[in-house]
Design a protein around this ligand. Structure first.
Ligand code: SF4
Length: 310
């Protein structure tokens, strides 16, 4: 069990990367032009209600540019601040296992070859786009580099899955995690707090379920209403209340206290582009949100996993 002797009372991505690679590692978000089966009718239509037209990849490179050019642009920006570092190529936008194996292989190989300092791949996808043959392919990358597969769960509750039009159930998600874990592939799960119909206890239960699945990382987000989404239409038709910053901090602190201490917390809050955000605006001050969570944990004298039960 990791000891939280560092500056943070939880297992941060910064610490994980330092321990794993011995130096600073940056994730470079790429847009390889994938689509999503929850938009094109294969699994569903219209997509998840909070998903913007660009497909949950608002900070990825521009699909109009090739991967090399996307990578070089972001690397140049990062080098202005940090001259040294390694990189993880992050296939972020849309569903990055939604293509033929041959196409996937070409793109993943290309990403690994973009720069000699690339030390791994992160691939964001859906649980229903990970059949055995795709997992076979992912396993070949797991054998030769650092690989993490990121899955958007958001919530374990079926009512939420239906309301957000996720397009697959919890059973499908759990089975995909098992397929990945059977090969030892690192799994990172995205969850969203603050669905107006979910109680604080319901949000906690999502984390408790993840504890049972042998995942390696978690990204915790606050529900954002952003422009050009179905959620934005719903909000304009009938505005609903979202939790405030202090309530969010309390929910996240509770989740951290129950989270398996071996799971790396890769994110504590999401960030939308200011120009796209409709509500809640407190999320724009990301450092204030994180500081509020940290302060609460310190006041409680607690840390990640204090209430974790296997
Ligand atoms: S699975 Fe991802 S890309 Fe597809 S609609 Fe949902 S959020 Fe958007």
């Amino acid at each position: 069990m990791p000891k939280f002797t560092y500056e943070k009372p939880y297992y941060t991505m910064h610490r994980f990367l330092k321990e794993t690679f011995g130096q600073k590692v940056f994730k470079v978000s790429l847009n390889a032009g994938f689509s999503c089966p929850n938009k094109d009718g294969t699994k569903g239509v219209g997509g998840c209600i909070y998903c913007s037209l660009s497909g949950s990849g608002d900070f990825a490179g521009s699909v109009k540019e090739n991967l090399q050019s996307q990578f070089d642009t972001i690397k140049t920006m990062m080098q202005k601040k940090w001259s040294q570092g390694k990189y993880i190529a992050y296939f972020q936008a849309n569903t990055n296992t939604y293509a033929d194996r041959a196409v996937l292989k070409t793109l993943y190989d290309e990403a690994l070859g973009l720069d000699p300092n690339i030390v791994g791949l992160a691939i964001a996808t859906r649980a229903d786009c990970l059949d055995e043959s795709i997992v076979d392919l992912l396993d070949t990358y797991h054998q030769k580099t650092y690989l993490q597969v990121e899955l958007g769960l958001q919530s374990i509750h079926e009512k939420t899955a239906e309301k957000i039009n996720r397009g697959h159930d919890l059973k499908t998600f759990d089975a995909a995690v098992r397929r990945l874990r059977n090969r030892g592939i690192n799994v990172v799960v995205h969850i969203i707090n603050g669905f107006p119909w979910e109680s604080e206890d319901a949000m906690l239960k999502t984390v408790q379920h993840l504890n049972s699945l042998d995942i390696q990382g978690i990204k915790i987000h606050m529900l954002h209403v952003v422009k050009n989404t179905k959620l934005a239409n719903l909000y304009h038709q009938e505005p609903f209340d979202l939790i405030d910053r202090d309530t969010y901090a309390k929910v996240v602190a509770n989740q951290i206290e129950h989270l398996d201490p071996n799971i790396v917390i890769q994110r504590l809050t999401g960030d939308a582009k200011r120009s796209d955000l409709i509500t809640p605006f407190w999320t724009l001050k990301k450092f204030v949100v994180i500081n509020t969570i940290d302060k609460l944990l310190r006041e409680r004298g607690s840390y990640q996993g204090i209430y974790f039960k296997r």
